[in-house]
Design a protein around this ligand. Structure first.
Ligand SMILES: *Cc1c(COP(=O)(O)O)cnc(C)c1O
Length: 386
């Protein structure tokens, strides 16, 4: 089966992890700060705080921004559930903003309308979490302007987007947000097996995330309530978690970051081939907004079902049966039973539902060969043929 996504591990990556195994520190050693510096430096952010997943990063980002009971957090329904769950971890309520029909990202028009309505009912969000779906950046300038007007904070869920850019600068520099979050799960663009990172330009937010990453414990005398008892002394000053990344993971991340531009360039080569070779099929290929340079984590096509005799499910099952490991990103979060239980109805976000009924993610990863890609395209051609 050709998977939809797969990590790219080199001998250098393996050597980097083995070197940590032979060293003094498997965790809390020098590799984590080195990885944080590599990612923050690459993106142009002042701070990077590595954690054990993007899910943890989203949770800490919400906590650092003060999200708690009585607050609302808004995100897009077309995302992985973690983008919404982070608000629930903090005791806040979640709501969604429907997607743009061309980019499949949170629609800034729908966001503006919803904010105007929320102002009247006094239920403005504390935080909005746009997700750069497939790696394509959201309309961040538009979202930033609304955040100033309505007074909410912005967390970019850039789990798909490391290595991409927006208006000529790198995703992750937080020019239009308070915090950006990356995921380093193996299917994503850069991997640490499991891992995530919080990026921010705000010193206080970075300090808060660092504190909460490790139990709310500080060894910094400045942050303590009294003078230390001695060199062994630490204080717990908040209720934090163990969300730390290991040095094994961070060393893999440092080694992977050396190849990030190559990873993204290869994804763009493959996307260009798909765009060209799928042009005569009854499918919509991804539209790229000129403001963005996608990280291209995913390559999602939409089936033009009126021109195809099969259902989406039949096309999907045909591809899988032929050895093409397609997937669907994502089942709209508001239709998950856990969220439906909060009162969300499928029809609440119609553009998201239309997208969901037609979407299929084709294989997209740097090591995908052109022969494999041709097989994917040929199989899809048979799958949608009259
Ligand atoms: C993968 C993903 C996450 C969660 O990442 P983990 O590192 O697996 O916790 C969150 N949001 C989006 C959009 C993702 O794709």
């Amino acid at each position: 089966m050709i998977p939809y996504g797969r990590q790219d591990i080199s001998q250098d990556d393996i050597d980097a992890v083995v070197a940590v195994l032979r060293s003094d520190f498997l965790t809390q050693g020098p590799s984590v700060p080195a990885f944080e510096g590599a990612v923050a430096g690459y993106c142009g952010a002042a701070h990077g705080v590595a954690v054990n997943s993007a899910t943890s990063a989203l949770h800490l980002a919400c906590l650092a921004l003060g999200v708690g009971p009585g607050d609302e957090v808004w995100t897009t329904p077309i995302t992985f559930v973690a983008s919404a769950n982070c608000a629930l971890y903090c005791g806040a309520r979640v709501d969604f903003v429907d997607i743009d029909p061309r980019t499949y990202n949170m629609s800034v028009e729908r966001l503006a309308e919803k904010l105007e309505g929320a102002r009247e009912t006094g239920r403005l969000p504390k935080v909005v979490i746009p997700v750069h779906l497939c790696g394509q950046p959201c309309d961040m300038a538009g979202i930033r302007e609304l955040s100033r007007r309505y007074g909410f904070s912005v967390i970019e869920d850039a789990s798909h987007a490391i290595g991409g850019g927006y208006r000529g600068e790198r995703i992750g520099n937080c020019r239009y947000s308070d915090i950006t979050v990356f995921s380093f799960h193996p299917v994503k663009i850069v991997t640490t097996a499991e891992g995530g990172m919080v990026l921010t330009n705000d010193d206080a937010l970075a300090g808060r995330v660092r504190l909460l990453r490790s139990h709310g414990i500080t060894r910094d005398a400045e942050a303590m309530t009294r003078t230390p008892d001695g060199p062994w002394y630490y204080q717990q000053v908040a209720l934090g978690f163990n969300y730390r990344m290991t040095d094994l993971q961070a060393a893999l991340g440092v080694s992977q970051m050396r190849r990030i531009d190559g990873f993204v360039a290869r994804r763009h080569e493959l996307a260009r081939r798909y765009d060209t070779l799928l042009a005569d099929l009854p499918v919509t290929t991804p539209w790229q907004h000129p403001d963005g340079h996608s990280g291209l984590h995913l390559y999602v096509i939409r089936l033009k079902l009126r021109e195809i005799d099969r259902t989406r499910r039949e096309v999907f099952e045909f591809l899988r049966a032929q050895g093409v490991g397609v997937n669907v990103h994502y089942i709209p979060v508001h239709t998950q039973p856990y969220y439906a239980g909060m009162g969300f109805k499928p029809g609440d976000f119609p553009e998201a539902m239309r997208y969901y009924e037609e979407a299929i993610s084709l294989p997209m990863f740097p090591k995908l060969t052109e022969a494999e890609q041709d097989f994917v395209i040929g199989t899809l051609r048979r799958g949608v043929a009259k």
